[in-house]
Design a binder for this molecule. Structure first.
Ligand code: C2E
Ligand code: MG
Ligand code: MG
Length: 761
């Protein structure tokens, strides 16, 4: 029946995972070195920012302080100059008064001490605005009218005696730009008589400070109470005579705070301090070039920043190097954790991850097939040629499996000779069958290992994700069931999981449970089959053959449950019981009879074997030489020194060793020399084919001859006819066993009782 593959949307059984690489990268980044490095860099830059902030604040405070101090010095200097000039004005006026209001102005003006070295000129204007005299022109050649000057108008109209400081004007007498300090003088009756004027080069008022090295953006200015600049230098040089707009608001009556302004078009940051000149309608403005200072600091700061950047870069490089080495290590560890060391294929763990992902993405990526591949006969190769040859074969098998796959598929080695293939994106059963048969074909082709040519094969169990199961565990379990089915239906083939297999597995499970209890419930019994001497025709020995008296199924053949007992390990306690029961049964038989007990490879490899044989002999009192142990060829195939030692130990107890079913195994004759063997049991298949179309007589003749040469006895198994017995006797076969003499029968029916026991009874 065709299997229908349909897309099932299962509930999300596996949480989405980050890819292994991405997780490794995240772990590498999150490692302590990276975190420490990031913290270090963060701290470094925070400290630098803090330091820079502190430094800039302190520089600014310092600059403000200096500028304010300078404004104070300038104020005092201007105040001194103004005091000096006002004193001269007052002196001129006093002289006029002392001279009874009729003084010779030209003489007084000409006097040396009236001429201040800073003054452009000293002049006197009469009440009509006409120049009386001036230090530049003591006796004017032509009348010069100055009554329109602001200072004249101011003084003429002034009711009080006050100093007037004019805006910078071009002197009509001097022809030079000047700021005029004026005071009025009166007639004896107190009426307006004129104005005394001192004209001053405006530069003189502030220039003396311009030589101070305060940077290109510095400047000094004197501003009148009308907002017009009287004198200026530096950045205020061009503002003389113009209106200055102060950005300050006064912080007290005559003291102004400092101002920080950022005028990028005029050289950047500046600090300005303004201050009223005490007692005069003048304000001092001092501006220092903060940008120049900050520029020097900026250069230092750039140095610090570059240093911090280099340090950060070094730390980042160290972090990257550490993260990279961690990543490389993680990648390597990840690889090792997910790959098989021998073949380089994925291992069971990685297969589980891939299966989980495939199960989680069934809805978007579709169904997939899990092929469980088991090599047929690999154990024999390993046993016959040793593990290095076995490993080489596994490598070649892995290479062949890779050939079958597309890049999206995954092949894994699960251990031993078991492989798994995940075939993604299957559309129908045909896709899966194609891959499975290709794997069977490829692995059935002979393997060339040096001079050796070895032929094995493969059995495959298949379960389909999205159809048979939806989780990795279930898929592996079902594929394993299918593999068991494939092996059961003849090796070298593949088998899909089916409900029928499931039922068989359940039955097997039940059998296993039943067998576990069979020993305690005394359901196991031994039947005995006689072994007869071909020379005397007398029974020499009995082979103990196990039966299970099943409460529902009746008498069960050992062929139906011994393999299961071997797989589950139950053969160990069962085997111990068999030894004890067989020895006890034979101890009651005449002394010339011995017993043959079958011993499976699992028992031979068990540490408890020798102890259990000794116990059986001791408990029963049976002589060691009355016990024969039958082992199979496969027990001897492994180059196992422990097996040799065990056989020697058994021989030491007097126990004889027979090889059962000789000729059906790998038939490597060298072990006949290597192991201590007493008897060869020729397999029933050769005996039954003697004198038939496929005559096996020459084989039997050869085996008998071989045994004779090696001083071993021979037992022909499955002798059913007298003709076979005759032929075997003629060949020199020493003993025979078969239905001709008796089938296996219960002990009480077949075992003769010793005379002693009979007599005692
Ligand atoms: P075996 O050791 O080769 O035992 C001989 C088998 O041949 C027995 O089958 C026996 O009934 C059968 N046989 C004997 N004579 C004839 C004959 O003339 N014609 C035919 N057709 N068959 C004959 P049985 O008892 O079913 O045992 C089968 C196998 O089960 C044994 O093969 C042995 O390998 C295994 N076995 C039986 N008992 C034990 C046991 O106690 N321990 C172990 N480990 N294996 C056992
Ligand atoms: Mg046997
Ligand atoms: Mg046999």
């Amino acid at each position: 029946m065709k299997r229908v593959l349909h897309s099932v949307v299962p509930e999300r059984l596996v949480p989405p995972r980050l890819s292994v690489k991405r997780r490794a990268l995240l772990r590498a980044i999150a490692q302590s070195m990276t975190l420490f490095g990031l913290a270090f860099i963060g701290l470094l830059w925070l400290s630098l920012a803090e330091l820079a902030g502190q430094q800039e604040k302190s520089m600014l405070r310092q600059s403000e302080q200096e500028t304010a101090n300078l404004s104070l010095v300038v104020e005092k200097s201007v105040q001194r100059t103004a005091d000096n000039l006002d004193r001269i004005l007052k002196y001129l006026r006093e002289t006029y008064k002392i001279d009874h209001y009729t003084t010779n102005w030209a003489r007084i003006v000409h006097e040396k001490f009236t001429i201040d070295h800073q003054a452009v000129q000293v002049a006197v204007i009469d009440q009509n605005g006409m120049l009386v005299t001036s230090s530049a022109m003591l006796h004017p050649k032509k009348p010069l009218y100055l009554g329109d000057r602001a200072h004249f108008i101011f003084q003429k109209n002034s009711k009080t005696d006050s100093l007037f400081i004019s805006k910078p004007v071009i002197g009509r007498a001097s022809g030079k730009q000047s700021v005029q300090f004026t005071r009025r003088f009166n007639h004896a009756d107190g009426s307006f008589a004129g104005v005394v004027v001192i004209s001053l080069d405006p530069g003189r008022l502030a220039n003396s400070f311009s030589k101070l090295q305060l940077g290109s953006g510095h400047g000094f200015a004197l501003e009148g109470n009308d907002g017009i600049i009287r004198s200026g230098s530096g950045i205020y040089g061009g503002l003389v005579g113009k209106r200055y707009v102060s950005a300050h608001s006064p912080v007290s009556k005559d003291i102004y705070g400092t101002l920080i302004s950022d005028d990028q078009s005029n050289g950047g940051l500046r600090v300005t301090a303004e201050r009223m000149v005490k007692g005069y309608p003048l304000k001092v403005i001092v501006t220092s070039d903060y940008a120049a200072k900050i520029a020097a600091w900026q250069a230092t700061k750039r140095g610090y920043t570059a240093g911090a950047a280099i340090l950060s870069l070094i730390v980042v490089l160290a972090m990257v190097a550490s993260a990279m080495s961690r990543l490389r290590f993680e990648t390597k560890m990840n690889y090792l954790a997910r790959h098989d060391a021998l073949t380089g294929l994925s291992n069971r763990f990685h297969l589980g991850e891939v299966l989980d992902d495939a199960c989680a993405n069934l809805d978007c990526k579709g169904n997939f097939a899990l092929h469980l591949v088991d090599l047929d006969g690999f154990k024999l190769v390993n046993d016959a040629y040793g593990h290095p040859t076995g490993d080489a074969l596994l490598l070649l098998a892995a290479q062949r499996l890779r050939l079958v796959l597309r890049s999206s598929d995954v092949v894994a080695r699960l251990g031993g000779d078991e492989f798994a293939v995940i075939q993604h994106g299957i559309k129908n059963e045909g896709d899966t069958m194609q891959v499975a048969s290709r794997i069977c074909e490829l692995l059935a082709e002979p393997f060339q290992l040096g001079a050796l040519q070895i032929k094995i094969g493969a059995s495959i169990g298949i379960a389909v994700g999205g159809v048979d199961a939806f989780t990795a565990n279930d898929l592996l379990r079902l594929a394993d069931m299918a593999l068991y089915g494939a092996k059961g239906s003849g090796r070298g083939s593949y088998c899909f999981f089916s409900e029928e297999l499931n039922a068989k597995a359940l039955a097997r499970g039940e059998l296993e449970t039943g067998l576990t209890n069979a020993l305690q419930n005394h359901e196991l019994v031994l039947f005995y089959q006689p072994i007869v001497s071909t020379v005397t025709g007398e029974v020499t020995s009995f082979e103990a053959l196990l039966r299970w008296q099943h409460p529902e199924r009746g008498l069960v053949s050992p062929l139906d449950f011994i393999p299961l007992a071997e797989e589950t390990g139950l053969i160990i306690p069962i085997g111990e019981w068999i030894f004890e029961q067989a020895c006890a049964d034979l101890a009651r038989c005449p002394e010339h009879l011995s017993v043959s007990v079958n011993c499976s490879p699992v028992q031979m490899n068990s540490l408890r074997l020798i102890a259990s044989v000794k116990t059986a002999l001791e408990k029963s009192g049976l002589r060691g030489d009355r016990l024969r142990i039958e082992i199979t060829e496969s027990t001897l195939m492994s180059e196992n020194s422990l097996v040799v030692a065990r056989l020697e130990e058994l021989r030491g107890l007097g126990v004889k060793i027979s090889i059962d079913d000789f000729g059906t195994g790998f038939s490597c004759l060298s072990y006949l020399q290597r192991y201590p063997i007493d008897c060869i049991k020729i397999d029933r298949s050769f005996v039954s084919k003697m004198a038939s179309e496929q005559d096996s007589t020459p084989i039997v003749v050869a085996i008998v001859g071989l045994a004779k040469g090696l001083k071993m006895t021979t037992v022909a198994e499955g002798v059913e006819t007298a003709a076979q017995l005759r032929e075997l006797t003629d060949m020199g076969c020493t003993e025979a066993q078969g239905y001709l003499f008796s089938p296996p029968r219960p002990a009480q029916e077949i075992l003769p009782r010793s005379d002693k026991l009979r007599d005692a009874a």
